[in-house]
Design a protein around this ligand. Structure first.
Ligand SMILES: Nc1ncnc2c1ncn2[C@@H]1O[C@H](COP(=O)(O)OP(=O)(O)OP(=O)(O)O)[C@@H](O)[C@H]1O
Length: 763
């Protein structure tokens, strides 16, 4: 089989001779520096294909030994500080135009570089090598779930899937791309720049000239309307969430700042008794068995207010920059996306769409975001330090209400998390203190991270998502008070005491959390064991939304792609390392599969999904194509989702076969070679889960299972999952009958404790 580099060179040659304009080859050529660079920079000879190193490989990273030494699962986002952690070889971001920080961290903010606008942190050399590869979905059709397009519900949902999408421009482009046997039509060429300059106008007709006075008068009227709490719900720029938070977090004199908190009414999270359950939700998303019997899903509460009330219309108010100021779209978008998403508020729920979420353990969907009141000018904190709270009237400053117990739970790219006790009732809470802005970091990027966590923490309500109790600004510190969970899932896995049923329960809870997030139009983008915590009742919660991204707005069928290498190396989906833009949903799905594999195998399948990693290279091998770029852009074929028949001799007797058992053949192209191809990973997992996990780690995001596909999988459906039931008056935990959740000593329950122990052992 030819090597990837050869294949690319051949394709390039063909293109040069055919002269057929922009084609898929253009993309492969664009992709080439990435892959070639990976090989070259990592010392892999260019002429080697990704199967050629099979013999070398027995180096699947040992999870148990590698984590504590490395915890290679660090978030590659923002200017993180890895001072006290060894990070494995940093991502080859130069190939994508990403900036590598001095500390080796990857600055997602700089990753997608618009043509001609190199961020200052990028070297010219890296830029010249690094032409960002176009958006993945310009190659692959997609459909946004819950759209009314009638053309399918997910990106990989069989006949209704991507291939059938016809509504969006992207999908129509994609279908023509497909009709052209993988080549872009002759009349289409790749867009290199999205900077559009206005035509020069020398003189303007008198009728188009507006007098200064008229303009000022109109502006005054607009401002008056906005401040009078107009029904449009528009928020003046000065009171937008981001500008408030931005000014707040970065102002030297915070006490001078105007900080708004939810009004009393908006803090009231009780839902009117006559709230209508969302029937659509029940019909479209497969429910866990017990959920059907209870009111958890059926009682999905509708926030008050109307779509109009919560839809903040003025697009200009979403952008803080001067209209003429060019902000690279890729860098700005996720920040603006997050803001836009939360401005539009709960419209998705209000629409009664299938995505109407289940209620939380607390029983209610917070109403504070269902209208604009939470950000009304004029509703100020009495203490001037509480940005968000679900407590009624926090009269005292944070330091008078919470006492630090001294325990460190963990620290990462976003900040440090510590244990506190609530002073009146001694209830334990986890408090994340956000790190301060790095000197080299843009204010926008810093505020984006905080805003993401703020918006998500204060909006999402689900038993499998961590609850934010309040966010406080005090003495230049930003503190997020969260419900406390006794264990990190990572620590529980490390204890090596988990039963298979317990692993499956945790996996399904993670999937349930993802299902909720995706139904809300959000993707987490940094799913990993370290970002799952679990409480004494065995309820798993997703934490750390600093990398989350919006992929869909209420009532919109348009997919908002994500950009940047965001996430943690071993959990990263391959497309994240190849494309400058990608659909973030399949990325979450991939990470969830890696989490499952880690729980079962107690090790990472690979360190990073790049061909420089032998384990990953072997996983990619043994297929009918050895170009990773080509494998990643594959679209579903007719038999793509057929479950395999497990009559393979390799699987007959082994429920869990070790990937390190002697291969029947060492020929990389032998499909029965258990050490190459997807079976390399899948054979090491229990048979009943191989089909769906295989679909979750499909190299091609368009073929990867959607969260709906996964929840409908017979094995996943049958998993007995511990869950929170809420009848509107009380909540109770329904435990799976076939397992108990492992508990470990508190000294080893969190990553900080494990790291401490490791340091002690090393001394
Ligand atoms: N609510 C919570 N209950 C218990 N432990 C928590 C909680 N929130 C966070 N932690 C602990 O703190 C650690 C760091 O939290 P978090 O992931 O939010 O920080 P971060 O700085 O964003 O980390 P990174 O971006 O590197 O993943 C977690 O891995 C977990 O051990």
């Amino acid at each position: 089989m030819s090597s990837l580099t050869k294949l690319l060179q051949e394709k390039r040659k063909n293109e040069a001779t055919s002269g057929s304009g922009a084609s898929l080859t253009t993309q492969l050529r664009n992709a080439q520096p990435v892959v070639a660079n990976m090989g070259a920079s990592e010392g892999i000879p260019e002429e080697k294909g990704f199967e050629s190193e099979l013999e070398d490989d027995r180096n699947t990273p040992d999870f148990s030994s590698s984590f504590i030494a490395s915890n290679s699962a660090h978030t590659a986002t923002f200017g993180e500080s890895f001072k006290d952690r060894d990070r494995p070889a940093p991502l080859s971001v130069e190939s994508r135009g990403g900036a590598i920080a001095a500390d080796g961290g990857v600055h997602a903010t700089a990753a997608p570089t618009p043509a001609g606008v190199p961020p200052s942190s990028l070297s010219v050399g890296s830029l010249s090598k690094a032409k960002p590869i176009p958006s993945l979905s310009s190659n692959i059709p997609y459909s946004v779930p819950n759209s009314n397009a009638g053309n399918g519900t997910g990106f990989g949902a069989g006949p209704n899937s991507v291939g059938a999408a016809t509504n969006s421009s992207a999908s129509s482009m994609s279908s023509s791309y497909l009709e052209n046997n993988g080549f872009m039509p002759h009349n289409v060429s790749a867009i290199d720049s999205n900077v559009i300059s206005s035509p020069k106008v020398d003189n303007v007709e008198a009728r188009f000239i507006v007098s200064k006075q008229k303009f000022q008068k109109a502006s005054q009227n607009n401002a008056a309307n906005l401040y009078s709490g107009s029904q449009t719900g528009s928020v003046p720029r000065s009171s937008s969430i981001s500008s408030q938070l931005g000014n707040l977090f970065l102002n030297k004199n915070p006490k001078d700042l105007t900080i708004t908190v939810p009004t009393q009414a908006s803090q009231n999270r009780d839902i009117p008794a006559n709230s209508q359950p969302s029937s659509a939700y029940g019909s479209s998303i497969p429910k866990p068995m017990r959920a059907r019997r209870s009111s958890l899903y059926g009682n999905s509460k509708q926030p008050s207010g109307s779509y109009q009330d919560s839809f903040i219309g003025s697009p200009s108010s979403l952008h803080e920059q001067h209209p003429n100021q060019y902000i690279p779209r890729s860098r700005h978008s996720s920040f603006a996306d997050i803001k836009r998403f939360f401005r539009k508020g709960q419209a998705q729920q209000l629409s009664g769409s299938p995505s109407t979420p289940p209620v939380s353990a607390g029983g209610n969907i917070s109403s504070h975001t269902s209208n604009t009141s939470s950000f009304e000018p004029g509703s100020y904190s009495s203490t001037g330090d509480t940005i968000y709270t679900n407590q009624t009237s926090p009269a005292l400053p944070f330091s008078k209400r919470y006492a630090k117990t001294g325990e460190n739970l963990g620290a990462g790219a976003g900040g440090a998390v510590k244990l506190y006790k609530k002073i009146p009732d001694n209830k334990t809470v986890a408090v994340k203190e956000f790190r301060t802005k790095f000197e080299h970091e843009l204010k926008r990027d810093y505020v984006k991270k905080i805003t993401s966590e703020y918006c998500i923490g204060t909006t999402l309500r689900h038993p499998n998502i961590i609850e934010t109790i309040e966010i406080v600004y005090e003495n230049s510190r930003i503190l997020q008070v969260m419900e406390y969970c006794d264990y990190d899932l990572f620590a529980i896995v490390m204890s090596n005491k988990m039963s298979h049923e317990e692993i499956c329960c945790c996996f399904k809870q993670i999937l349930t959390g993802i299902q909720y997030l995706h139904s809300m139009g959000l993707a987490h983008r940094d799913l990993k064991l370290d970002n799952c915590v679990i409480n004494k009742d065995g309820i798993v919660k997703l934490i750390d939304f600093g990398a989350a991204a919006v992929f869909s707005y209420p009532f919109s069928k348009t997919l908002v792609e994500s950009s940047g290498i965001v996430g943690s190396d071993p959990y990263l989906a391959p497309e994240v390392c190849i494309f400058s833009k990608y659909d973030p949903r399949p990325v979450d799905i991939w990470s969830a599969a890696i989490i499952f594999a880690c729980m079962v195998l107690k090790k990472f399948p690979w360190k990073v999904p790049k061909l420089k990693d032998n384990s990953f290279k072997l996983f990619c091998s043994g297929r009918d194509c050895d170009s990773l770029s080509a494998l990643v852009v594959r679209t579903p074929g007719p038999n793509d989702f057929e479950p395999p028949s497990y009559d393979n001799a390799l699987n007959e007797n082994a429920n869990v076969a070790s990937p390190t058992t002697a291969p029947s053949s060492n020929n990389p192209s032998d499909p029965n070679n258990p050490n190459v191809g997807p079976q390399r990973l899948l054979n090491s997992l229990p048979e009943e889960c191989q089909h769906i996990i295989g679909r979750m780690v499909d190299l091609a995001p368009a073929c990867r299972a959607s969260i709906e596909d996964i929840m409908a999988d017979p094995w996943v459906e049958a998993i007995e999952m511990c869950e929170v039931m809420d009848d509107g008056f009380s909540t109770k935990i329904i435990c799976g009958t076939n397992h108990k959740h492992t508990q470990v000593d508190q000294s080893e329950a969190h990553i900080a404790g494990l790291e401490k122990k490791k340091k002690k052992q090393n001394r």
